[in-house]
Ligand binder design. Structure first.
Ligand code: ZN
Length: 60
């Protein structure tokens, strides 16, 4: 389970800002499987900026 919380209505409208595809809930934030990036959620605020996204899955 993710350790963050988003307003369900906000979560519903969130898509990847790069490809507008659906996002997966991950412990660290919201992952886009198509772009292989993760948008961190910091203090329950999603950082939906492509330049700030992390590699997903994380490098080994
Ligand atoms: Zn994407």
């Amino acid at each position: 389970m993710p350790d963050w919380n988003l307003d369900p209505e906000l979560r519903e409208i969130l898509v990847c800002p790069a490809c507008h595809g659906p996002l997966e809930d991950r412990e660290e934030g919201l992952a886009c499987p198509a772009c292989h990036v993760l948008y961190p959620v910091i203090e329950d605020v999603p950082l939906m900026i492509r330049e700030e996204a992390l590699p997903w899955p994380p490098p080994a």
